[in-house]
Design a protein around this ligand. Structure first.
Ligand SMILES: C[S@@+](CC[C@H](N)C(=O)[O-])C[C@H]1O[C@@H](n2cnc3c(N)ncnc32)[C@H](O)[C@@H]1O
Length: 352
């Protein structure tokens, strides 16, 4: 029997921080909504009884509220009393308290104004099956699948191994990306009921640039600056290698086209250039300091816990992350640019 797969990757920064600083991710997922809506409508027309939605990589929930509300309404177009269960899955270390608080109290909650909706959380890695076979009608995953199950390699020339000068390091990243992706699809292939759909949006990889060169570069320069000032040791700096990387369309399509996941058929696969909502706001305000704050807080909320995991136990992790965030903000504000990166958009159907 295979060992259960866990994940050595840390969740987003808790205390609701990710909810407060995920405007970029919110902007990214808008492009995936038409696919989600089409899937929900079709499922509503072709099935009855309890409808099950799985939200893979939900984090603290802010960015799930709109998509889940829309999907619930469309699945109920034929039967407005149809009960819907929504499973929000994330890593065990995720801040589920913020998710449930938001569901209970926030006007944006999809529970608000709707009855017979049953939210549930799963604190397990989605790189294994986490729901019963053939139980899921609609799967959704936004801004999550570029997080690998573990850091494939530690490099000393960048904070993301995918940008290392070492070919061996970049190959190690691609190996883990491929293994994780196959595990994810294999698990969803078990969970989806025949006719069920899965919509995924996550970080992609451009053709001439990978994406995030500028922002990831500034982040690394900020880490090096802290090391040079004696706030980080060489060993800590080396351990600060984030377990995330985008996939090319060919990498996404490979297991679906090779027959490794028989039963999942591609309805849609494309790459789109990410929006930069912080840059758009800056175009109106000219406020470079705010641009720096918005980007650096987002980078911290998403990446902070993984970088903090590389620190010696004696460190004051929050103080170090505060310092890193300030340095990054200052660098962005000093020479503002529009960030360039790409996103994958995928819809697959489980064959009948
Ligand atoms: C950037 S957040 C995205 C949250 C939300 N879906 C959104 O669109 O803003 C990525 C989430 O994926 C979760 N995640 C990463 N690896 C995971 C895994 N193996 N299993 C479950 N969740 C995972 C992280 O903990 C994090 O909460």
């Amino acid at each position: 029997m295979n060992e259960p797969l866990g994940s050595k990757t840390a969740a987003m920064e808790g205390g609701g921080l990710y909810n407060r600083h995920s405007g970029l991710q919110h902007a990214n997922l808008q492009t995936a909504l038409p696919l989600l809506e089409e899937a929900a409508r079709l499922i509503g027309q072709s099935s009855a009884g309890l409808a099950v939605i799985a939200d893979y990589g939900a984090s603290q929930g802010r960015n799930s509220m709109g998509p889940m509300g829309r999907a619930i309404d469309l699945m109920r177009q034929q039967d407005e009393d149809r009960p819907v269960q929504v499973f929000h899955a994330d890593l065990p270390s995720n801040d589920f308290t913020s998710l449930f608080t938001l569901l209970a109290d926030d006007p944006a909650s999809y529970l608000s104004g709707r009855t017979a909706v049953y939210p549930t959380a799963i604190g397990r890695s989605y790189f294994e099956a986490i729901l019963p076979p053939s139980s899921v009608d609609l799967g959704w995953s936004s801004n999550a699948l570029h997080w690998m199950s573990e850091s494939p390699v530690e490099v000393d020339d960048h904070a993301w191994a995918v940008f290392s000068a070492s070919q061996a390091a970049r190959d190690a990243v691609d190996d883990v990306l491929a293994r994780d992706w196959l595990q994810f699809l294999t698990a969803r292939n078990l969970e989806l009921r025949p006719g069920g759909r899965l919509i995924c949006q996550f970080m992609g990889r451009g053709e001439s640039e990978l994406g995030f060169e500028w922002m990831a570069g500034l982040f690394w320069q900020s880490i090096v600056e802290l090391r040079e000032e004696g706030h980080l040791t060489e060993a800590e700096t080396q351990r600060m290698t984030a377990p995330s990387a985008g996939r090319s369309l060919a990498q996404v399509a490979a297991p679906l086209q090779s027959g490794e996941v028989p039963g999942l058929e591609i309805d849609h696969l494309s790459l789109f250039e990410s929006p930069d909502p912080f840059w758009d706001e800056y175009q109106g305000t000219g406020d470079a300091r705010r641009l720096g704050e918005q980007w650096s807080c987002m980078m911290r909320a998403a990446n902070g816990p993984n970088f903090a995991a590389g620190l010696d136990v004696s460190r004051d992790r929050n103080a170090l992350l505060d310092r890193l965030t300030d340095r990054l903000a200052a660098r962005i504000a000093a020479a503002p640019q529009r960030s360039r990166s790409w996103n994958v958009l995928l819809s697959v159907t489980k064959s009948k």
